[in-house]
Structures are given as C-alpha cells and as structure tokens.
Design a protein around this ligand. Structure first.
Ligand code: K2U
Ligand code: ZN
Length: 169
C-alpha cells in the first residue's frame, strides 16, 4: 500500500468541495487502503480524501486503542444531530495547532461502504467529533474555520511563526 501526501494549510486545494463517489470499483478499494495507511502512519484517527488531494466524498477513521477498527464512510450525510460538546481538536492539515471546537454530541449518519452498500451509524463522543471533523473537510472546511476571527488569526500567526522557525533551522 502507499502513503499519500497530506495537504497542509494554506493550500487552497483544502477548500475544494468534494463530489459524490459514483464508481465502487477496485480503484476505490485501493484509495481507501492507501488513506488508512496514510492515517495510521501520520498518526491520526481520521482522514478525509480532500486532505490527500482527492476531491471525492470519502473519509476513513479509526478511534480504537489497538488501531484495528477502521471505518470508511462514503457519500456520508448526517441525518440527525443532538446536543453539543466542546473538545480540543487538531488536524493533520493544520500541524501543531490545537483549539476547542463545539460539535454535536450525538449524530446519526447514513453512508455507503466500499461495496456501495448503504448503512446507518449512531455516534457520540470522540467518534462523533471525528466524523464531523472529517465531513467538514469534504466541504472545504478546516476546524480553524469554526473559531472566532481573533482566535483564528492567533492560530494562523502561530503556524506562520513555526514555519519560519523551521525554515531557519
Ligand atoms: O482530519 C484530520 O486531520 C485527522 C484529525 C481527526 C480528529 C481531529 C480532532 C478530533 C478528533 C479527530 C486528527 O488530526 S487525528 C490526530 C488526533 C489524534 C488523537 C486524538 C485527536 C486527534
Ligand atoms: Zn483535519
């Protein structure tokens, strides 16, 4: 399997709105496998196709301790949201920046698997956060976009400072 390059802000491709997956073929199976490899290697607990410059409605996740419960959501839509939770988030596309984001506490999702079969899923806690975070990516949204203008400006300034420090090293 292959490890794919993960786009990082301010790459404008991260703002691309993904399109529905229509071909459930061997190419899709390979992409899912490569995305899982890339996510585990990062390491991360989620990855959206947008982040690897593939603008299709596909995300992978695995919040298990042993990294042995991969989940693939294709053409997912959130059909119900209940409550709110505040959780510190990071992002593989926004290195070394963390901030609290408000998300729905409990969600119901309808999606397709790699074979195109439709399924429903109820998620809460970290899994709900991760699914909402990844589905945001498919809309061209990163978690910083949920912050106040001041907090976003401070986060981007910190990112810029770290990039300059790394270039000087
Ligand atoms: O989309 C991504 O970049 C992967 C995200 C997924 C995520 C972000 C915030 C909260 C939950 C999931 C992360 O970079 S994965 C890194 C990570 C690892 C453990 C816990 C939280 C975040
Ligand atoms: Zn992310």
């Amino acid at each position: 399997m292959a490890k794919l390059n993960i786009l990082t802000i301010p790459d404008k491709r991260l703002k691309t709105k993904a399109v529905a997956v229509e071909q459930f073929d061997s190419e899709l199976v390979t992409l899912v496998a490569d995305m899982l490899d890339t996510m585990y290697a990062a390491p991360g607990i989620g990855l959206a196709a947008t982040q690897v410059d593939v603008h299709k409605r596909l995300v992978v996740l695995d919040i298990s301790e042993d990294k042995d419960q991969p989940l693939c959501l294709i053409n997912a839509k959130i059909t119900k949201k209940t409550g709110h939770q505040l959780h510190e988030e990071g992002c593989l596309s926004v290195p070394n920046i963390y901030a609290k984001v408000k998300r729905a506490e409990l969600i119901e999702v309808e999606a397709q698997n790699e074979k195109g079969e439709v399924f429903q899923l109820r998620a809460e806690g970290l899994l709900a956060i991760c699914i909402q975070h990844e589905l945001d990516h498919l809309e061209g949204i990163v978690f910083l976009d949920h912050l106040s203008p001041l907090k976003r400006k401070m986060a981007l300034k910190k990112l810029e400072k770290e990039k300059q420090e790394n270039e000087n090293d």
